[in-house]
Ligand binder design. Structure first.
Ligand code: HEM
Length: 468
């Protein structure tokens, strides 16, 4: 069996591909040229995964191309990613596409910038520290068991739809406590409409059209946003009127204060809650869906997983205290997110001219930091296309160069929900393994349709058999 490349965090410098710049403005790294630039934009947005892989292979660790409105840089080397997300992070902000989420999530953590973002992060982050989210473990397992109980003894199903319902249930229960949301399915539908609208409006050729030519789409999105606002403001108002202190996330966010003792307004709370819905439910659903598909197609992994779950849980409900022993389950989730990172690329915009790998990145340039490419690079991972959870078992995470693996991003803007997501994914996977088996649905397998996240095009078909 191939062992992992003998690299370590101390290996310096890390091997590179492609030329280094000479620090001169107006010189650009190699990249696709020759096509009309609108053609390149269309070519990229129609199959971003293939283009990112192909162009990195052809041109190197930094690829550059022109688009109608400026410059794009595809940056996939761990050292350069560290420079953008950590060393020079103050010189970059979120990219244009991320800011186009504002009509949906307002100025929540995902989209806000500067001093306002720092204040909000300080208020929100403590609620996501491991000692706080630990209390949600039982809710996560209860929601998973309820989901499994709704499955028939044997069925062929789209496991992605199931996981979307499950993670929405979990995020709603942990945010608002039980039974406060009027209609979970309606919330799921509204969020779905908003994300589909975003996909059609911002991640396709329609991006180049003036608003007047996409009136119907924009009106549909505005109406979905108004419906979501009605639900969220109702919940916030009801909660403010309730004198009992609650330990769910909303309770904590309501009580949280900034350095000057100020609390969040209803509008700020609305934006943060909508952000947590959006950032928190689909990503974890994807991690679980891809993990289950990979398990179904790798019986030897399914066997090891079952042996671990039986040994650790011993027939009991999964609990927080089992987490440390669910080592293989954790490795399966990590490995699934290596091959299929739910956030498959991170976007940034340069706030001023910045040197990166010797190239002067001009102010306003858009940078893409693609987990999809870095996670499948044979310089950092042996047999990178193979699903091998075992690779994580002997301390690989500590030996890897920083940012060879970054499903949750990194630096100041690292995913605020990363511990929440890992707790949820590991406990849900252990619980599903305890109660059911997953198998391939004949020759049918998912294909990818990358949107703001790495979505499956027509779901993830699997056969699910509940234990007798
Ligand atoms: C497997 C699941 C998840 C993945 C792969 C994931 C991935 C990411 C990534 C890559 C970022 C950084 C984006 C950037 O730097 O531009 C991010 C940010 C964020 N995530 Fe997650 N996420 C997951 C689950 C969650 C959960 C469960 C929550 C909350 C309940 C959450 C809330 C957020 C928020 C609020 C941000 C913005 C943080 C900031 O900029 O301060 N995420 N996530």
């Amino acid at each position: 069996m191939a062992s992992e490349p003998a690299l370590s965090t101390a290996t310096s410098p890390l091997p590179r591909r492609g030329p280094i710049g000479r620090g001169r403005a107006g010189e650009y790294p190699p990249g696709p040229r020759g096509l009309p630039i609108v053609g390149l934009a269309v070519q990229f947005s129609s199959s971003p995964l293939e283009r990112m892989t192909e162009w990195t292979r052809e041109y190197g660790d930094i690829v550059h191309w022109k688009v109608p409105r400026g410059h794009i840089y595809l940056v996939s080397h761990p050292d350069d990613i560290a420079s953008v997300l950590v060393g020079d992070h103050a010189h970059y902000m979120k990219d244009e596409i991320t800011h186009e989420l504002e009509p949906i999530v307002g100025h929540g953590l995902l989209t806000s910038e500067g001093a306002y973002w720092r204040r909000q992060r300080k208020i929100v982050a403590p609620s996501f520290q491991p000692r706080h989210i630990a209390e949600f473990a039982d809710t996560m397992v209860r929601c998973t068991i309820e989901a499994i109980e709704r499955w028939p003894a044997r069925s062929e199903r789209d496991i992605h739809t199931d996981m979307m319902h499950l993670t929405l249930d979990i995020v709603l229960d942990t945010l608002f406590g039980e039974a406060e949301v009027p209609d979970v399915t309606a919330v799921g539908r509204i969020v779905g409409t908003l994300m589909e609208g975003f996909q059609r409006n911002s991640l396709s050729w329609r991006r180049l059209l003036p608003p007047i030519l996409k009136r119907r789409l924009l009106a549909r999105m505005a109406s979905a946003r108004a419906q979501l606002d009605t639900i969220l403001f109702e919940i916030i108002r009801a909660r403010r009127a309730d004198p009992r202190a609650r330990e769910d996330l909303l309770g904590r966010l309501l009580a949280a204060q900034d350095d000057d003792g100020a609390r969040m307004t209803d509008e700020q709370l609305r934006d943060e809650v909508a952000t947590l819905f959006l950032a928190g439910h689909e990503t974890t659903a994807l991690a679980l869906s891809f993990a289950l598909d990979l398990i179904a197609h790798h019986p030897e992994v399914a066997h090891k997983l079952r042996v671990e779950v039986d040994r650790v849980l011993g027939g009991e409900r999964a609990r927080l205290s089992h987490m440390a022993a669910l080592v293989y389950t954790d490795a399966v989730i990590r490995e699934a997110m290596r091959l299929y990172p739910p956030a498959y690329t991170i976007g940034r915009e340069a706030l001023d001219d910045r040197v990166l790998a010797g190239w002067v990145i001009p102010r306003g340039a858009q940078l893409l930091l693609p987990q999809w490419v870095t996670h499948r690079d044979e310089r950092w991972f042996a047999s990178p296309e193979s699903f091998r959870p075992e690779r994580w078992l002997d301390g690989l995470a500590d030996r890897l160069p920083r940012f060879a693996y970054y499903p949750f991003g990194g630096g100041a803007r690292v995913c605020v929900g990363n511990h929440f997501a890992m707790l949820e994914a590991v406990l849900a996977l252990a619980t599903i393994t305890q109660h059911a088996r997953v198998r391939p649905a004949g020759a049918r397998r998912f294909s990818l349709s990358p949107s703001v996240t790495l979505r499956p095009r027509d779901g993830v078909p699997l056969v699910v058999e509940r234990n007798a």
